[in-house]
Design a protein around this ligand. Sequence first.
Ligand code: HEC
Length: 159
Amino acid sequence: MVLLSRSKIIVFTALVVLIVLLSQCKQADKPSVSTSENTSCVKTKSLNPNGDSELALLMRHMYDSLNSMNRLIKNGGVPSKFPESFLKIHTAKPTTSTTKLESFDAFADDYITTLRLLYKSPKADLNKNYNSLVQKCANCHEASCPGPLKKIYKLKLDF
Ligand code: HEC
């Protein structure tokens, strides 16, 4: 009898310990998920109490520029003045040092190459090259900063 109840106690204790461990795991998970969201990309002003980073402001200009180019192309226009300021994508200061992944520069180069291509496009290739540029924005964001993805995909032209 004594043996049996001892083993019951051991099993019970083991269960309690297991439950406590499991619940601690869950609690430990939560903050790490939310910090990685905060540091990988800042989505709204309210999430960023330190003000907007140079990179975030540049991104907004890049977004606005694509938005107006979308309208320009729809109305039969051709982009003219290459936006030299967007070349700063490599050096613009991000919100935190962890905002930029190791892959950032490769994605940024890919974006700049496609941007140059777009400004040299013959009219017949404008739609295709414009959409390909939107895809370059999306590629980097898929990897590092999914927040604005929906907004970015909306920039695509149907044709
Ligand atoms: C090489 C990677 C990369 C490319 C290419 C890229 N982005 Fe970003 N984007 C980022 C990162 C990283 C941030 C976060 C910047 C920060 O918080 O400092 C960001 C932030 C943003 C934001 C949020 C800015 C804010 O208000 O905080 C928007 C919108 C955005 N990008 C749109 C675009 C568009 C449109 C393009 C293409 C024209 C583009 N991005 C290309 C990496 C990239």
